[in-house]
Each structure stands twice: as C-alpha cells, then as structure tokens.
Design a protein around this ligand. Structure first.
Ligand code: GAR
Length: 205
C-alpha cells in the first residue's frame, strides 16, 4: 500500500479525484496527510469530510503553521512513499526534493515544456495559452526537481481548445483531463509501472 502526502494551495478538486479513485478501489493507496501553504483552503474541507489529517506549512516559524523541517520529520514518521503536488504553488525545499528523489510528482495544467516556469500557475497558464492562440492544451504530470516545471515528464494528455472563448473555458477543459491523468499516474506508480529507459520515463501498460 502506497502512503501518500498530497500538497495543495486551492480548492482541491485534484485531491478529490485522488480520493475518489482510492475509494473506488482503483489505487491501492492511502492519503496520510494533506499539506497546504495556506492557513485554510477549500481542500481542507475535503480532508475533514474524509477524516484525513491536514497541516499548514511555512518557510518561517509562525502561529498555525509547521516549518518545512518539521514537515520533513512528519513525512518520515508517516512513512510517505509518494508526495503529490496537486495545485501546490510553493517551491519544495531542496532537502525534501533530495530525500524524495523521483518520489514527488506535480500536475501542471498545460503541455510542458511550454507554458511552465515561475509564475505559471492556475489561470495565468490558461491566459498565456489563450493569448498564444494555441489550439491544443492539456495536462502534464512530471517528477519534481529543483527547477519549476522542469522535472522529467511522466504522462501528458492533450485537449482541443480551438473553440475556447476565454481562458476559463480552457481551464475547465484541462481540469477534466487532470482529474483522470493524476490518479492514473499514481496508480501506475503504486504498481511500479513507471520506469526509466535511456533517460526517458516510460509508463508500462
Ligand atoms: C490545477 O489546475 C493544477 O493543475 C494547478 O492548480 C490547479 C489546482 O486546482 N497547478 C498549477 O498551476 C501548478 N503549476 P485544484 O485545487 O482544484 O486541484
């Protein structure tokens, strides 16, 4: 059984899609902890409804938050095997990235390596895609390293956005894809079906 920690900053619809896949028996995993850089965000309500512990983390010591050092110890204590960034907008400290090398994945709401990097999150990404006049967008799940959105790509799914009227339309189309792609990758990870071949990541059938 895979022990997951899910990191979020927002409403948590991707977090919800993971919980749905677990309770449907599609993924053999348990979410041991929900982590946010916010004191409160919508995902906390989902955690509460599902009896999942939640915690807020900060780079500096402040009331209502634990530090990343304390989080590091907690992840170890909970025997976390995979950290899932599901709309988490802060950079993960290098100590955690090193200790969980190839055990941290992120979902990005565009087809990397385009439309990624610092400041490219949430609706900013969809605005950039809309303004670029690109006809295709999509979702990417990748391993996390020390650069924003640069880690090796595990899986991608494209969507046709030719008929989008605004960035919000693109966001809605992409989110639907995200809700399938992220649970899919977690399932494959739990089955040891994500392998490296010639520097590339391959997802086995
Ligand atoms: C998702 O679209 C996710 O891809 C994006 O934040 C949203 C969170 O939504 N992440 C990024 O932009 C990271 N660069 P959710 O809280 O409903 O899952």
């Amino acid at each position: 059984m895979l022990n997951l920690a899910v990191f979020v900053s927002g409403k948590g619809s991707n977090f919800h899609s993971i919980l749905r896949a677990i309770s449907a028996g599609e993924i053999n995993a348990e979410v041991k902890l929900l982590v946010s850089d916010k004191k409160y965000c919508g995902a906390f309500d989902i955690a509460e409804q599902n009896g999942i512990d939640k915690i807020s983390v900060s780079e500096i010591s402040k009331s209502g938050f634990i530090t990343y050092k304390e989080l590091f110890d907690l992840l170890h204590e909970l025997q976390i095997n995979l950290i899932v960034l599901a709309g988490f907008l802060q950079k993960i400290p290098v100590e955690i990235v090193s200790a969980y090398s190839y055990k941290i994945i992120n979902i990005h709401p565009a087809l990397l390596p385009a439309f990624g990097g610092k400041g490219m999150y949430g609706i900013n990404v969809h605005k950039a895609v809309f303004e670029s006049t690109a006809k295709v967008s999509g979702a990417t799940v990748h391993f996390v390293d020390n650069d924003y959105d640069k880690g090796r790509i595990i899986a991608q799914q494209a969507v046709d956005v030719s008929y989008a009227e605004d960035p919000e339309d693109i966001a809605a189309e992409v989110l639907q894809v995200e809700h399938k792609l992220l649970p899919f990758v977690i399932k494959k990870f739990s089955e040891n079906k994500i392998v490296f071949e010639n520097g590339r990541v391959k997802v086995l059938l």
